[in-house]
Design a binder for this molecule. Structure first.
Ligand code: AMP
Length: 190
């Protein structure tokens, strides 16, 4: 099993690069943001709850997010591995993921962290808003909130995996192909 956490702030390119990793390594892509958006579209109870947080650039509570992620993993019993995109976003989520995967003898293989400076992130998100249709990309105040939440609550998750020797930082500025190549070089051989 190859379990990759693709990490980085909003706008770092996690979704774009996940597409390559999925294809190249035959992994299942689990994006908590995508799953929440599908639930909003389907007007489920989970979607209604998530939307109130997402619209403000806040994190959806850990208990809801963790149980959703765990059931998604369990929905793919024959997966060769997973790409976790946008999860874990808090140290509580990281601890939950570790114990959940350890219990299945398929621990996290590595965390690949895309590194992009804040001004570039803001420009990318505003540009993405033109095609993404995402309300949280179109509002500069919500973008700032998402970046602030990332710095306060999510950035410490990198330290959690660095302590386990699983963290690799990757320069997230360049062409899509250049960044893809940097990621490929950073994936541990099985
Ligand atoms: P993303 O698509 O990863 O940019 O996520 C969009 C929004 O979904 C975030 O701003 C949060 O409100 C919510 N979200 C996504 N993943 C998580 C997570 N792991 N924990 C809490 N909230 C999340």
């Amino acid at each position: 099993m190859l379990n990759i956490i693709l990490f980085g702030p909003p706008g770092a390119g996690k979704g774009t690069q996940s597409a390559f990793l999925v294809q190249h390594y035959g992994l299942v892509h689990l994006s908590t943001g995508d799953i929440f958006r599908a639930n909003i579209k389907g007007q489920t109870e989970l979607g209604k709850l998530a939307q109130s947080y997402m619209d403000q650039g806040q994190l959806v509570p850990d208990d809801v997010t963790i149980s959703m992620l765990e059931s998604e993993v369990d929905n793919h019993p024959s997966a060769k591995g997973f790409i976790f995109d946008g999860f874990p976003r808090t140290t509580a989520q990281a601890h939950a993921l570790d114990s959940f995967l350890d219990g299945r003898n398929t621990p996290v293989s590595c965390m690949l962290a895309l590194d992009v400076v804040e001004e570039e992130l803001k420009a990318r998100l505003l540009s993405r808003a033109k095609t993404s249709g995402r309300p949280d990309d179109a509002n500069p105040e919500v973008i700032q909130k998402r970046i602030d939440v990332y710095n306060a609550e999510t950035a410490p998750v990198a330290g959690h995996y660095a302590l386990q020797g699983k963290y690799t930082g990757v320069d997230g500025v360049g062409t899509i192909a250049e960044i893809t190549e940097r990621l490929r070089a950073a994936v541990p051989s099985e």
